[in-house]
Design a protein around this ligand. Structure first.
Ligand code: CP3
Length: 349
């Protein structure tokens, strides 16, 4: 076993005992860090940063150096895959991401091809290889992708949305085309994640940020089943690489998420972690679930709330401390140090 396989993070993912709860944060490389803002400035834009393996490696390592997190996450974005499928990703500062060529007609879906990970997203794979070489040997690297449904919302809407009318409209009014799109995205995402494993990722995570906006039946039919297909392909072709499924607002479906065969489930802050543990049983890891807003308060409240999350999970194995969603740009970096210190100093009584 390499030293990463025996790290706290990987042990917790296998529900093995650990000396203390491992901790990392979603979006840990980002605008709340002055060193990230400086590197992004140097790159010129977010897309140039994500497309430059040396600089992507640098920003991946920044939060590891500053806070000593127990895992690193590849610096990239869930929208790089649809960009590689020809949709033309753009970022307008202050407005977020948008696509030049969104899927506005069924014919647009039928024109899509399945990208080759090395040919079409080679800079991502180069970044993974470089990060793996540059990280301390004991720190595992998490690769990731968006869930087919979450990625599809941006592909169909062309940008972020409030009501997701077009994306839901496709599922409801054009189910055959929606099936074809989810099927293609599931296969393309599995290819993409397997290539990240080949390049050096130790664990994988799938972000289903918009799973929680669907009715239960649409969620199961489109979002969960396509994630289950990805987990199935990863289990066949990368059986030693654990997968974490994170769904925002998906607490009501937690048993079904756990039943996909994933190693861990990411939980947002709207569900009590003790309840989550009772519902999934002892054999699956849980990752979460501090409300990111807590990081905007003060050190005393942060310490109390971190301990409340650890208390809620209880002393059994299989907990990875994280936020319930990504860290926001306004968070003072000192508050992240308080969070990490509160996890490290915790002793359950
Ligand atoms: O976690 C990490 O540190 C790794 C990098 C990472 C980014 N995006 C970098 C990023 C990861 C894992 C993501 C995932 C992602 N991207 C999701 C799923 C998780 C979530 O947060 O819900 C989604 C929905 C996206 C799409 C996306 N990318 C949006 C909506 C935005 C704009 C909003 C924002 O926060 O600015 C982005 C841009 C983005 N992706 C930034 C970063 C650091 C900010 C870009 C900048 O530097 O200006």
């Amino acid at each position: 076993m390499n030293s990463r396989a025996d790290s706290r993070f990987m042990r917790a993912l296998r529900c093995e005992p650990v000396d203390r709860t491992p901790v990392w944060l979603m979006r840990q490389a980002g605008r709340y860090l002055p060193e990230y803002r400086a590197t992004r400035e140097q790159a010129g834009s977010f897309l140039a940063l994500a497309g430059n393996p040396e600089l992507a490696c640098e920003v991946t390592l920044q939060p590891i150096r500053r806070f000593g997190f127990d895992a690193a996450i590849l610096f990239s974005d869930i929208l790089i895959l649809p960009h590689a499928m020809g949709l033309g990703l753009r970022f307008t500062p202050g407005e977020g991401p948008w696509f030049e060529r969104p899927l506005h007609q069924v014919a647009d879906i039928d024109r899509l091809g399945r990208p080759d990970p090395e040919d079409d997203t080679g800079e991502v794979m180069a970044a993974v290889r470089l990060i793996r070489q540059s990280l301390p040997d004991k720190v595992p690297l998490i690769g990731f992708a968006g869930s087919p449904w979450t990625v599809a919302t941006y592909m169909i809407e062309g940008r972020g949305s409030r009501d997701f009318a077009r994306a839901k409209g496709l599922l409801l009014a054009e189910p055959a085309a929606a099936e074809r799109l989810m099927h293609l995205l599931a296969e393309a995402t599995a290819d993409y994640l397997l290539a990240q494993v080949a390049a050096g990722a130790d664990a994988l995570m799938i972000f289903d940020t918009w799973g929680g906006i669907l009715s239960p039946s649409l969620y199961r039919h489109y979002s969960l089943s396509s994630q289950a297909r990805i987990v199935e392909r990863l289990a066949a072709d990368a059986p030693d690489t654990p997968v974490i499924l994170f769904g925002k607002g998906c607490g009501q479906h937690i048993e079904a998420v756990a039943a996909t065969g994933c190693a861990g489930v990411g939980v947002d802050w709207t569900m009590d972690l003790g309840e989550a543990r009772r519902r999934v049983g002892p054999d699956i890891a849980l990752q979460g679930n501090l409300d990111p807003s807590v990081l905007l308060t003060n050190p005393t409240v942060i310490g109390q709330q971190v301990h409340a999350v650890l208390d809620a999970h209880g002393s059994g194995p299989g907990h990875i401390f994280n936020l319930g969603h990504g860290i926001t740009p306004e968070v003072p970096p000192e508050h992240v140090s308080c969070l990490v210190e509160a996890v490290r100093s915790y002793r359950a009584d």
